[in-house]
Design a protein around this ligand. Sequence first.
Ligand SMILES: [Zn+2]
Length: 493
Amino acid sequence: MQLYQSNPIKLYNSLTGKKETFKPINEGHIGMYVCGPTVYSNVHLGNVRTFMSFDMVFRYLKHLGYKVRYVRNITDAGHLENDADAGEDKITKKARLEQIEPMEVVQRYTVDFHNILNTLNFLPPSIEPTATGHIIEQIELISKIIENGFAYEVNGSVYFDVHKFNETYEYGKLSKRKLEDLIHNTRVLDGQSDKKNPQDFALWKKAEPQHIMRWPSPWSDGFPGWHLECTAMSTKYLGEQFDIHGGGMDLKFPHHECEIAQNEAAKGKSPVNYWMHANMLELNGQRMSKTTGNTVNPDELLSGNNKFFTKAYGPSVIRFFNAMSSYRSILDLTNDGLLASEKGFNRLMDAVNLLDDLKASSTSSIGVLAWKQKCYDAMNDDFNSPILLAHLFEAAKYINQIKEGSETLSSEDLDILKDTINIFVYDVLGLKNTAKSESGTDKLSGAVDVLIRLRQDARANKDFAMSDKIRDELAEVGIHLKDGKDGTTFSTN
Ligand SMILES: [Zn+2]
């Protein structure tokens, strides 16, 4: 018997707007697709939040004994800059600005993406397909959609006919939009576009002469539209219908709506049974945006080199912080929030580190099995990680009480407590037992603190050459000092 048989999951399905009992298409197997990054710049922290939430989902489903095929793509064929299918593609633009090949842009930021996710202790997906590796599949899909009468070619470009599609199917069912409203709210075309209607979207674009990323097709030398790759790659690896499709809330419309339309137009089937959307990440109560400067990169968060936070935060503290909110809530990144999660993480780990010292008694005064079930119930309820954390803190309280002798556990119950904590802390939440180094109490921290104090003395004596030497030589061995208003802290990233 597998754990999933006794742990039915309730999952909030964005398509129906309800929590539903999850039932996979093939018993014991799950196909899950999550839209990956476009690799033209450093991965956005908001995207990291989305991927981290699905990493937790993936970890929990695996723990329950499901065989999960998790596909997360890399978008390495440039998207056009705006939804009207116009403008330069982002990868080509970056390549032009930096005077390098588009594929160098792709390589650089794919490596950056993997490095950040490894640092944050992500499990790799089962398959990580690239858009450029699936051009043939995308061309086949377009041909099928044209054949079925839901797309048309104009001047070498192919557009999806949303109005025609809506006669047979329902465009807007995921994002709860009506085509009439979309028509009402769209500006009239200015005659520059080849589209029949502004709501239509590109499946294939003919490349302008200066466009570097291009492929031959029956219609023109060009490149696929923004939404097509995910339809091609998800169904190639997971089948024409699969269990879970995830992504950030901002992808619901038009991206995911168009994925549904493309699959229905090509295969006559809605591709996904359960749509899951992770909510947005804000910074100090405001939308993160490069234009306003209210943004921080993942490595700036990890190194402490940013203007928003007083210190560096370690990977497990960041994961803990993410788990403190449901994936469906807006998460507000603040210094106070991060400090609180660092405290919470250290408090939890201090208790976990006492586990091996606990002595078993002949009887138990705590109902460990009931507590264990509450941990599962929390995750079974739409992956409710904040409730799970509350139960883990309850266990931290038990651990301290057992150590003090005010509560007891039999050796059998003690094993259950240890196993369950290990499962949820390490396997499901993906935390690492770095409490000591992250809380600054181990020998390394002690030694660096000594050097920080020596540097302060040097500065007080106006010996700036010595102060800089201490900072630079520490940096050479990978220890970075950061001077903040509350003193100097360090990171080892
Ligand atoms: Zn996608």
